[in-house]
Design a binder for this molecule. Structure first.
Ligand SMILES: NC(=O)c1ccc[n+]([C@@H]2O[C@H](COP(=O)([O-])OP(=O)(O)OC[C@H]3O[C@@H](n4cnc5c(N)ncnc54)[C@H](OP(=O)(O)O)[C@@H]3O)[C@@H](O)[C@H]2O)c1
Length: 316
């Protein structure tokens, strides 16, 4: 099968031919129809995870997929041949299985959920990691009706879903977006205001607009010193969730701010919930661009350059 994979510790990932995987007795084989691009894929493909997590080469890149079940192991009764499913492969050591391959051998550790028939494979594949991370962030910050919520990175895969999940809870969303198409996109998702992070100082603009502070910060961008000015926009007693590992919960607790460093954790229930909303038209999964598997390097380049919504890979 064709796959985008790392074959050695000192070489970046590339399109390679690998033997078709065997059917695990407790697993399923999935013919992948679409996969999506996440930040972790960029790190994995460049070999940056090699010093951090054991690798069992070849290591196929990719966490999210949607496809069709092609074979079912004797120990599995939850899926049948022909089922359309959404899959998420956790980054558990040793890294080996990934979704950027024509066939995914999904063992019991792989999160599987049925794909609603009305949802495209591309949109379905875009959901698991970004969607669950958005949901986990909104939940971690206990976003609730009446809140004013500042979302940094509102244009991205995680942010574009978080804007909608927050807005659905009856809050006022302020999202970062470049003026023009990006700002229109974020407003169309439910933000009432946008701030062009490329043109103004976000912290100064929000402080001027909300002198009493915001209730909630969802920060999908800032780490290190850049995070402090954002955290200071939250009034005492407010809440913060960040995917960047940027929050010092003890320091923030000193002024009553509840802060969570979110590790997005897709489960069958979360993915099914998000997929059902997407199929029902109450959650927009913006697929900005689709690339064929053979052009995975371009997809990674486009992701690094900045996205509006999600990028996906498609398979013939
Ligand atoms: N902890 C976890 O479990 C977890 C899970 C998923 C993702 N993540 C991380 O969370 C981050 C967001 O993920 P994602 O998938 O949403 O990435 P993404 O799709 O690349 O989204 C980032 C968005 O932010 C915009 N942006 C860039 N610089 C910005 C700035 N200074 N201020 C405001 N917006 C800016 C980008 O747009 P333009 O550059 O085009 O303007 C892009 O639309 C990534 O770093 C990812 O690795 C963590």
């Amino acid at each position: 099968m064709k796959a985008y994979a790392l074959t050695a510790a000192d070489k970046p990932a590339a399109l390679v031919d690998l033997p078709d995987p065997e059917l695990p007795a407790d697993g399923v084989l999935i013919r992948v129809r679409a996969a999506s691009v996440n930040g972790i894929d960029l790190f994995e493909a460049n070999g940056y995870l090699v010093p951090m997590i054991p690798h069992d080469f070849p290591v196929v890149v990719g966490r999210d997929a949607a496809g069709v079940v092609e074979a079912v192991g004797s120990g599995r009764t939850d899926v049948a041949v022909g089922d359309e499913v959404i899959a998420f492969v956790p980054a558990m050591p040793p890294l080996h299985v990934g979704t950027w391959a024509e066939i995914l051998a999904a063992g019991p550790q792989v999160v599987l959920t049925p794909k609603p028939t009305g949802l495209s494979f591309e949109a379905a594949a875009a959901i698991p990691l970004a969607g669950a991370t958005a949901l986990d962030s909104v939940d971690a910050a206990a976003v609730s009706a009446g809140d004013t919520v500042l979302i940094i990175g509102a244009t991205g895969g995680v942010g574009s879903i978080a804007v909608q999940l927050a807005a659905a809870r009856g809050v006022t969303v302020i999202g970062t977006a470049r003026d023009g198409d990006d700002a229109a996109f974020v407003r169309s998702l439910g933000a009432t205001e946008t701030i062009d992070y490329s043109a103004v100082d976000v912290a100064a603009a929000v402080a001027a607009r909300f002198p009493g502070g915001v209730d909630v910060l969802l920060d999908f961008i800032n780490r290190g010193e850049a995070f402090g000015p954002m955290a200071s926009l939250v009034h005492d007693g407010g809440r913060i969730a960040t995917t960047m590992g940027a929050a010092d919960a003890d320091v923030l607790a000193a002024r009553g701010v509840a802060a969570t460093n979110v590790m997005g954790s897709p489960t069958p229930e979360k993915v099914a919930d998000l997929a059902a909303r997407a199929a029902a038209g109450t959650l927009r999964i913006e697929v900005q661009q689709a690339f064929v598997l053979g052009d995975a390097a371009s997809a990674l380049g486009a992701f690094a350059a900045g996205t509006r919504g999600k990028l996906v890979l498609t398979f013939e």
